[in-house]
Design a protein around this ligand. Structure first.
Ligand code: HEC
Length: 146
């Protein structure tokens, strides 16, 4: 009986984890083996990205008209040149000099290892290691724009 109860509890935990995981297994299966960034973006989910943006939200807002925090507001950042997001924000010289543009590729690399994309940036963040999580956050950021 006790074992039955434990098994049921385990099934419940797995079911809840499965729901919270935004159809991860299905989406990864659809993206195919060793998926490229484009393949992951095809199955990316902006709503899942909105939830995963929680790991960024300690330093960034991503809603229109919101103030900068530790980092600049990211509303509309997708497609913009680097370090031109906020006129009031004091960017590092490193990011000002980077002269890149925020697209899926640069955002993906940045979220994985900010310091590797722009050495000397003050975005001190260990990085989002999971490629599907990064793709979901990119889909969310793309949506947070006019
Ligand atoms: C601990 C605080 C912190 C966290 C967490 C953080 N950032 Fe940042 N972010 C910063 C800072 C500070 C900068 C400004 C960097 C500079 O000037 O060198 C920045 C800059 C950026 C920029 C460049 C904006 C521009 O105008 O060019 C992007 C894009 C960005 N962050 C995305 C993210 C995303 C996506 C996450 C979550 C995965 C995240 N950040 C998590 C602090 C943070």
């Amino acid at each position: 009986m006790r074992r039955f109860a434990m098994t049921m509890a385990l099934i419940l935990v797995l079911a809840v984890a499965g729901c919270g995981d935004d159809r991860r297994a299905e989406r990864l299966a659809a993206a195919g083996p060793n998926p490229s960034l484009d393949a992951l973006l095809n199955v990316a989910d902006a709503d899942a990205g909105a939830r995963k943006f929680a790991v960024c939200a300690g330093c960034h807002k991503a809603t229109k008209g919101s103030p900068d925090m530790g980092g600049p507001n990211l509303y509309g950042v997708y497609g913009r040149p680097m370090a031109q997001q906020s006129a009031r924000y004091s960017y590092t010289a490193a990011l000002l000099d980077a002269r890149g543009r925020w697209d899926a590729r640069t955002l993906d690399a940045w979220m994985a290892h900010p310091q590797r994309v722009v050495p000397g940036t003050k975005m001190i963040y260990p990085g989002v290691s999971d490629p599907l999580d990064r793709a979901d956050i990119i889909a969310f950021l793309k949506r947070q724009a006019d």
